[in-house]
Design a protein around this ligand. Structure first.
Ligand SMILES: C[S@@+](CC[C@H](N)C(=O)[O-])C[C@H]1O[C@@H](n2cnc3c(N)ncnc32)[C@H](O)[C@@H]1O
Length: 338
């Protein structure tokens, strides 16, 4: 193909000029040689001499999983591919419909081609389940490992995707909460998992004290590690155990802010939240709810528990955090305890 030879120190500006004139032939990779760089061109450029050189062909970039599967799957199979998936660090977790099971490896390998940072691919074998909210996974492609490091909001999290709950889909919510926190607060991060809420809060507002409670020993171990990794040992104290036991034993009337990110079942712990709440404490209460009427149930539950606890609760915020399943959303209701 036709090329021009450009001196190295002019290469960048000439490359930009070629692009702006639509003269750079993007089907080939420019080649560095001791006497300069050969750029593939579509035609004459200024007074540069055109030379014939064999350059390496570019592999065309594919931008989506769907695109990369075209020609490998039949049209009706392509329709079934679930387009959304989670990437946690360098591990991807996919949903594969039953009808595509025979093609699951091919799909996993295609995903790794599209997302070059993905080193391992797993398939979901079911929903999040049990008290620890974990799910079974099947290894599909890449490196056979489940531990990864994930970055978010300038924080680092090490975790094992097969042993703990973690979702990158709450990163905005974590930031939203963190930005409300005021210096001097004592925060109870209940159901803390590997520590994403307390760690993002401590990053944004380090002048606080956080006690973070988690029942799953694996998640607790990673929360300890992540607290160290982000140098937050002075701010965050991870505690292993059940909220039902730890709150009455250690935190009666002590918190300025309480996080309850247990959307399936947090209502069973509202009594402990009211017990721990100081006057004017803000509680962030998460729930799965119907898309139709997302806040009705949460408002009733909170009002009822306030009455039982002999306190008052004033709702200060309501938000749909994310869609969760068809007709089901995850919500957060923020309320002030009086
Ligand atoms: C939905 S996950 C949320 C984890 C974390 N906050 C996050 O956003 O990644 C709920 C967590 O609560 C923990 N958990 C469930 N019941 C608990 C209890 N009674 N006491 C303390 N932790 C509990 C589970 O092990 C799980 O890690």
């Amino acid at each position: 193909m036709k090329c021009i030879l450009v001196r190295r120190r002019e290469a960048e500006s000439i490359r930009k000029e070629l692009i702006s004139l639509n003269l750079l032939d993007n089907r080939y990779v420019p080649q560095a040689e001791p006497d300069g760089i050969y750029f593939p061109v579509k035609g004459k450029f200024k007074s540069f001499k055109l030379v014939e050189i064999e350059l390496e062909k570019r592999t065309p970039r594919v931008f989506s999983l769907e695109e990369s599967l075209k020609g490998k799957l039949a049209a009706e199979e392509l329709e079934l591919v679930v387009r959304s998936f989670d990437i946690i660090g360098d591990i991807a977790i996919l949903e594969i419909p039953k009808k595509l099971e025979k093609k699951e490896r091919l799909i996993a390998e295609s995903l790794m081609n599209v997302h070059r940072n993905v080193k391992s691919v797993f398939k979901k074998l079911g929903p999040m389940e049990g008290v620890y909210r974990t799910r079974k996974l099947k290894f599909l492609a890449g490196e056979r490992r489940t531990v990864t490091e994930y970055r978010e909001n300038n924080c680092r999290f090490r975790l094992d995707v097969s042993k703990v709950y973690f979702t990158p889909r709450l990163s905005f919510e974590r930031r939203r909460i963190a930005e409300q926190v005021k210096p001097g607060e004592h925060i109870l991060a209940l159901f803390a998992g590997v520590g994403p809420f307390p760690i993002v809060i401590a990053k944004v507002q380090p002048h606080v004290k956080i006690h973070a409670v988690e029942l799953n020993p694996d998640a607790f171990k990673y929360m300890q590690e992540n607290t160290r990794l982000n140098r937050m040992q002075e701010i965050i104290t991870p505690l292993l155990g059940d909220v039902k036991e730890i709150v009455p034993a250690k935190f009666v009337n002590s918190a300025d802010r309480i996080l309850m990110p247990l959307p399936k079942g947090a209502e069973k712990f509202l009594g402990e939240a009211f017990l721990a709440a100081k006057k004017n404490c803000i509680v962030h209460f998460y729930q799965f709810a119907s898309e139709q009427n997302p806040f009705e149930e949460a408002e009733k539950l909170v009002a009822n528990e306030a009455m039982i606890s002999g306190r008052k609760a004033e709702v200060t915020g309501k938000r749909v955090v994310r869609p969760f399943a068809p007709t089901v959303v995850q919500i957060v209701m923020d309320f002030r305890v009086k």
